[in-house]
Design a protein around this ligand. Sequence first.
Ligand SMILES: [Mg+2]
Length: 366
Amino acid sequence: MTPSGGPLRKIVHVDMDAFYASVEQRDRPELRGRPVVVGGSPNSRGVVCAASYEARAFGVRSAIPCSQARRLCPQAVFIPPDFRKYSEASRLIHGVFREVTDRIEPLALDEAFLDVTENRLGEPLAGKVAKYLKFRVREVTGLTASAGVGPNKLIAKLASGHRKPDGLVIVPPDAVEAFLAPLPIDALWGVGPATAERLRALGLQTVADLRTRRPEELAAHLGRWGLFLHDQAFGRDERPVETSREPRSRGAETTLATDIRDLDALVELMRHHAEDVAESLRRAGRRARTVTVKVRFSDFATITRSRTPEAPVAEAAELLALGEALLRGVLADDARAIRLVGLSAANLVAEDAPRQLRLPLPELQT
Ligand SMILES: [Mg+2]
């Protein structure tokens, strides 16, 4: 047992480095060493899906408008996303994960948690398991991944992001406090630029600073989410790795670089979510009965709106059409600026399940 009373776990978080951009650089050698931006065209209202490390050096990052990316880095090569390619790489990566364990929780096409407490390698040291995963991912896909090892999902995720690209950071249970203390608050889960600004206004710069505040105080400023933030500051996270052999939902979301209310820009962002979710459904062989849009406002209030179409949906265009309609409703009802938008598909049914028949006789419809 851990000091907090939870089970002792060994968790690895694997996260591909600049995934979409790296796939493009792998497949098009002329792009290697150059700033690459995957996303909308620089003249559209699209947003950046992924930026190569060369582009990041100019301040380009995910979820900023493409027009801004162009200003920051005029020499960048802009490429539209090709989700089929990323999905294929993702399939190979997940094959590598299954060499080690079936206890896998995918977070996106390019990242997942693995519970390696017990593993097929029979390896007691989670750090060695992580090394194996990195080596095999590179061998099979030609791409680099960063890995983080920790006693829970929170620490593993922070560790994988700590030394990108091609990083490996191992945080044993007795090193958790020391690892967390000096991190800037925006390293924590869910703390985007806008939240970080609010926290800094409260005099909080580092995780160590957060520990000096009582949870109720954080909750007063940030709502219930403040309690989770307080737990994070102490490295507490009891959530198990949730395997998704029978996924109940698929989703994607983005925290924006700045709070906005621009419908076109939000829909552009959602277009990428729809592509991502559609790929995920295609791989799982599922269709969705329910489509949900999640919106977090500038004051952290979070709402969801769902719609259940007549027939289950799976195509990106169908998902986007429903998502856009829901988003329009949210913007019409609420004047607050938006800091996070997400799209998810739930109530999944098998792709080959008989479609509900649309019979002409109403009494026969069940
Ligand atoms: Mg990644």
